[in-house]
Design a binder for this molecule. Structure first.
Ligand code: ZN
Length: 262
């Protein structure tokens, strides 16, 4: 039997590419489409896109239930993302869906909720060069990538980046102006694998860069869930179902079999 195909949804806020002629020229079909095309170049991956403007931002329960990894690009409209949709995304991450946050998605509602910190950083728009160093050559997200790669013109993001300590740092950026930044970081939240990847400022053709596209493919494969199912309710285990024989002692607040508080 052939292995099951990986199901990826690329979510794009789709605002700059409709309003700004520079962005529209680089991404005539939207940034989300270019990102999805890069991921779809890999064998065994089915990619779909969703945007802010769609009903429920294109992230219905059904779409999320059929998504193994959600990729998120947002910038100008973070506040327009419905809290209900955000809760739905978080529940799926806890269950095991992978989440890849790109560039200015550091300030997106789902990423901030998953991190539990402000996720602030320093920045500068000077079209400077970025050199991304591979910190962890054995990491699956760095597969096929040399010691470093460069993006000729970009926006700078600098430290301090207000995130919880990552489980792993895959890429570290150096910028022409002198700053450094943790550009590729991983975490686990519930059963879900999370990857933050910095490149992707909208006025440069960064998602056409071959190495950036390779990282996107590596990242979704890495973030794919394993088979384990997260217990997302709060079930009470009756004493008679304990693995060992158990005599009930002491006062009890709850009836046997009562549903847990949520
Ligand atoms: Zn930017």
């Amino acid at each position: 039997m052939s292995p099951r195909r990986l199901r990826v949804t690329v979510w794009g806020e789709n605002v700059h590419e409709r309003k700004n002629p520079i962005v529209r020229k680089i991404y005539p079909r939207g940034m989300h489409t270019t990102i999805a095309d890069a991921i779809g170049e890999a064998r065994g991956i089915d990619v779909r896109t969703a945007t802010l403007q769609q009903s429920q931002h294109g992230l219905t329960k059904r779409v999320l239930d059929e998504t193994d990894v959600l990729v998120w690009w947002g910038h100008a409209a973070h506040r327009k993302v419905s809290d209900r949709v955000v809760e739905r995304v978080l529940a799926r991450v806890w269950e095991g869906m992978g989440f890849v946050a790109l560039h200015s998605a550091h300030y997106s509602k789902p990423f901030k909720r998953l991190m539990g910190t402000s996720c602030s950083l320093t920045w500068r728009e000077a079209g400077e060069k970025e050199r991304l160093w591979v910190c962890n050559p054995a990491h699956p997200i760095a597969r096929g990538i040399d010691r470093y790669f460069e993006i000729p013109n970009t926006e700078m993001y600098g430290e301090p980046f207000a995130i919880p300590a990552p489980d792993e740092i895959v890429f570290l950026s150096w910028f022409e102006g002198g700053e450094v930044f943790r550009s590729g970081c991983t975490w686990k939240r519930g059963n879900g694998n999370i990857f933050y990847f910095r490149p992707g400022h909208e006025v440069y053709p960064i998602y056409h860069h071959p190495v950036v596209r390779q990282v996107l493919r590596n990242a979704v494969r890495w973030a794919a869930p394993d088979a384990t199912k997260w217990i997302d309710s709060c079930p009470q285990i009756p004493a008679r179902k304990a693995p060992e024989r158990l005599e009930v002692k002491g006062p009890r607040m709850h009836k046997e079999g009562e549903a847990g508080f949520r």
